[in-house]
Design a protein around this ligand. Structure first.
Ligand SMILES: [Fe+2]
Ligand SMILES: [Fe+2]
Length: 414
């Protein structure tokens, strides 16, 4: 039964119009766009800093996990950015941080953390919880009808943040228990990050405080791309993980040798996770957002390939101490322009891709469905990566005023 209009609508005695007080109208279109823009820049700064740290972090599960979180956060940031455009926010304003500059700088400042433990702890205890709380507040206060598209991806981002916080805390704790002397300095650094966060007004869902840049954090150590990658001590440390790297006459092998070679090769794609992280961060301020978005996916994919190899080797009962984890590919680009890391990754993508379907068939013939499965998925990823490599190498050359057609020459250096 229909209610009479005068009972359904609460008339405001002060107005001649139909008014109702509903919390869902709290934020107007541009208010939500401002907040999403702030979240986008925080996510962007954090993931760029985190990507740079991939080669510095030794435990394989943390290296692989970090790549996955960087990808998750790039997906979240990408959805936020698209939503801001949908909301018809002036698009040129998405190119600048605006009134949230001090906050966004702080999210980037963890790149200069003084140690691995300090880096992990400050993100796990200060920055990620601030994002988690802000997303929760946003979801509670915004309108699930008008802003439904945001609700979908932000709910997912909130649950991912909870998982990320647990992982960062656990990684920090395991680094600190192995090296207790780092605890005091890491806690002091984390407190410095948390204090600075409250000084700049936190992330939150309130108006921007429009503070000027606040300068470097006390105890910062300027980040430099490491010359050597940190390696998980459980594995057999080496430079060259298979004889054919130094002896081209050594056969790739068939049968069990091929199964092992393929799994060892996959786990050694640890170098590709590291190269992905370094180049994502190195070109973040030179190339457009789409670079960061593609590079995050690329880095995550390489972490999946690495894990594929690790899981196969473990399932066959091998001892990690007998599995070689090499460093030479990463180190061969150390001290050079990071463009060579992009060229190198692109080179390996295109060099190996043609062998993969044949190896997939061989694994099928052996009845080794896990190797077959991994190689087949890997092939699809690598085909996509070859496209990323070609596109972004050309873009990078163009941005530098060089001939984009010369991308082959960078690739040929390897
Ligand atoms: Fe790969
Ligand atoms: Fe790849």
């Amino acid at each position: 039964m229909r209610e009479a209009p005068n009972r359904r609508l609460r008339k405001n005695t002060m107005s001649q119009f139909l008014l109702s007080s509903q919390p869902r109208a709290r934020w107007m279109r541009l208010d939500t766009a401002q907040l999403l823009k702030r979240f986008f820049f925080c996510e962007r700064s954090l993931l760029v800093s985190a990507a740079a740290w991939i080669p510095v972090i030794a435990p394989l599960d943390a290296k692989i996990g970090l790549a996955r979180f960087i990808w998750q956060n790039a997906e979240t940031a990408h959805a936020m950015r698209n939503r801001v455009f949908e909301l018809r926010f002036p698009s040129r304003l998405l190119e600048e941080q605006g009134a949230d500059q001090a906050l966004i700088e702080l999210f980037g400042a963890v790149q200069d953390s003084p140690s691995v433990a300090a880096f992990l702890l400050s993100i796990g205890k200060a920055l990620l919880p601030a994002l988690r709380d802000s997303y929760r507040e946003y979801l509670e206060a915004s309108d699930a009808i008008a802003d439904g598209p945001t609700h979908r991806f932000l709910s997912l981002a909130l649950s991912e943040k909870e998982e990320q916080i647990r992982a960062f805390e656990q990684w920090a704790e395991s680094v600190l228990s192995a090296d207790p002397e780092l605890r005091e300095g890491s806690l002091a650094w984390t407190k410095g990050v948390a204090d600075r966060l409250s000084q700049v007004g936190g992330v939150g869902v309130g108006p921007s405080p429009s503070l000027p840049a606040t300068g470097t954090l006390p105890g910062s150590r300027p980040y430099a791309i490491p010359e050597r990658p940190a390696r998980d001590r459980r594995f057999w440390p080496c430079r060259f993980y298979w004889p054919d790297i130094v002896d081209p006459g050594y056969p790739y092998g068939e049968g069990v040798q091929l199964q092992l070679r393929s799994a060892i090769s996959h786990v050694n794609e640890v170098w590709a996770i590291e190269a992905g992280g370094v180049m994502l961060s190195a070109f973040a301020n030179i190339l457009p957002w789409e670079w960061i978005y593609n590079a995050a996916r690329w880095t995550y994919d390489e972490s999946r390939h690495c894990r594929m190899g690790y899981e196969r080797l473990m399932a066959w009962g091998l001892d990690a101490a007998e599995i070689p984890l090499g460093t030479y590919i990463y180190e061969s680009a150390s001290g050079h322009d990071p463009t060579y890391r992009l060229g190198m990754l692109y080179f390996f993508e295109t060099k190996n891709i043609r062998h993969k379907p044949a190896r997939t068939q061989l694994f099928h013939a052996y009845g080794d469905s896990v190797s077959e499965h991994d190689m087949d998925f890997d092939w699809a990823d690598e085909t996509m990566h070859a496209g990323y490599g070609k596109h972004w190498l050309k873009e990078l050359l163009a941005v530098r005023g060089e001939d984009p057609a010369a991308y082959h020459q960078v690739r040929e250096c390897w």
